[in-house]
Write a protein that binds this ligand. Structure first.
Ligand code: ARG
Length: 403
């Protein structure tokens, strides 16, 4: 990065080792003014403690914004309603936060007339892609700088040393060998023993989800009520969206639900081993999908499955502020009109099993499907249907047999 291009920067500040060192390092090496931005995404951390650290490291300002409600409503909801799971498993808990944080960084930079946005992502990860693609989609005139990709502090030990030398108060816990990212939608754990894909995750990798051995020995039933695709009640009690997700993280986590251990294809080409905790996401996606099976016709259901895979890729690849993402969400929003009803589930030892569902828009008609008394289905009509349905295959079979 050229020194003369940078005078005032906005830093995506997490309060961790990397970004705390970055504040000091930027001032020392570039003589710039550093303004820090943190978003509360539901990481359940004491964010006021960030303040001391940011100012001690040399920041001239720190803004902490509560983004949980916006995150739940505008990012988690469409993703949940589209049942988005990257490579069939990961609920995108980290990936969904990045465009929202990046959008606020851009607003903050404009307001403060900063010329550059700085982030603490490594050159090996997905998050750099999500931040930078969003920032430049929203404002191409801003510079972006990622010190971790090029600085001399290329090991954790060197960073700790730098922090000590420069009296930056950091929370270095030798036992904290994992890289953990947490939001309302879930937790991602990487590094340490997990870097060997053959190693079973150790007990200290569990945060919100109970180990199966420790989960209660008897099941718990829950009922989730949706209105136009949005969960509004849990066990008949109304909740704000953020609180409902928090509560489900607790209840499902207690029963060992929502743990994923996977090998994932990162966007930049390497594979990584990831352990995720996503109790609320697991339960909500499953319940919502089940309710749709009751109120959607077949073609809607099948078409949404295709969109689900594409949407997960779009989010994972950092393409939130694109017309493809906007269009998929517009389709999804239109589809949620009749997704109203209640789903009953049984949580037990890592399983979240659907045991019942009901809706005023249910397309399930017992009198059509029953083999008992009260059947109104006219089976004689099926002959005509089958004559026409099988016609193309009948013709093809006849033509090909003669060749
Ligand atoms: N692999 C996930 C993603 O790219 C999670 C990354 C989380 N970061 C972390 N520091 N653990 O979205």
């Amino acid at each position: 990065m050229n020194k003369k291009d940078m005078k005032k920067v906005v830093l995506a500040y997490s309060g961790g080792l990397d970004t705390s060192v970055i504040v000091h390092w930027l001032k020392k090496n570039y003589g710039v003014e550093v303004l820090c931005f943190s978003g509360d995404m539901g990481q359940e951390e004491n964010l006021s403690a960030l303040e001391n650290r940011a100012y001690a490291a040399g920041a001239s300002k720190l803004i902490v914004e509560d983004l949980r409600s916006d995150f739940a409503k505008n990012y988690i909801m469409p993703s949940m309603q589209l049942h988005a799971l990257y490579e069939g498993q990961y609920d995108l808990a980290t990936a969904l936060t990045r465009p929202l944080i990046a959008e606020r960084l851009v607003d903050f930079a404009k307001k403060e007339k900063a010329d550059t946005i700085v982030h603490g992502c490594t050159g090996k990860g997905n998050d750099q892609v999500r931040f930078e693609t969003t920032i430049h989609a929203l404002d191409a005139s801003l510079n972006i700088f990622a010190p971790v990709r090029e600085w001399e502090l290329n090991t954790r030990e060197k960073e700790v040393e730098y922090a000590k030398e420069n009296k930056i108060p950091i929370n270095v816990d030798k036992k904290k060998i994992y890289s953990i990212d947490r939001s309302l939608w879930g937790i991602a754990v990487e590094c340490g023993v997990l870097e060997d894909p053959w190693n079973e995750p150790t007990d200290d990798t569990y945060i919100t989800v109970k180990k199966l051995e420790d989960a209660p020995g008897s099941p718990e039933y829950i009922e989730i009520t949706f209105e136009n695709g949005v969960p509004i009640k849990l066990n008949d009690k109304k909740y704000e969206l953020v609180d409902l997700i928090k509560e489900l993280n607790k209840i499902a986590g207690l029963h060992g639900v929502g743990r994923v251990d996977m090998i994932e294809n990162r966007l930049i080409g390497v594979k990584s081993r990831e352990v995720y905790e996503m109790p609320a996401a697991t339960v909500l996606i499953k319940a919502h999908k089940d309710l749709e099976s009751l109120v959607f016709d077949r073609e809607m259901m099948h078409y949404k499955e295709v969109l689900s895979i594409k949407f997960a890729e779009v989010v994972y690849y950092g393409l939130w502020f694109t017309s493809l993402r906007e269009s998929i969400v517009a389709f999804n929003n239109a589809s949620q009109k009749y997704v109203t009803g209640t789903v009953r589930m049984k949580l037990y030892k890592g399983n979240a099993t659907i045991v019942g569902r009901k809706s005023e828009y249910s397309l399930y008609k017992n009198e059509l499907v029953t083999y008992a008394d009260g059947d109104i289905f006219d089976q004689t009509l099926s002959k005509g249907f089958l004559d026409l349905w099988s016609l193309p295959y009948k013709v093809a079979g006849q033509v090909r047999k003669n060749k």
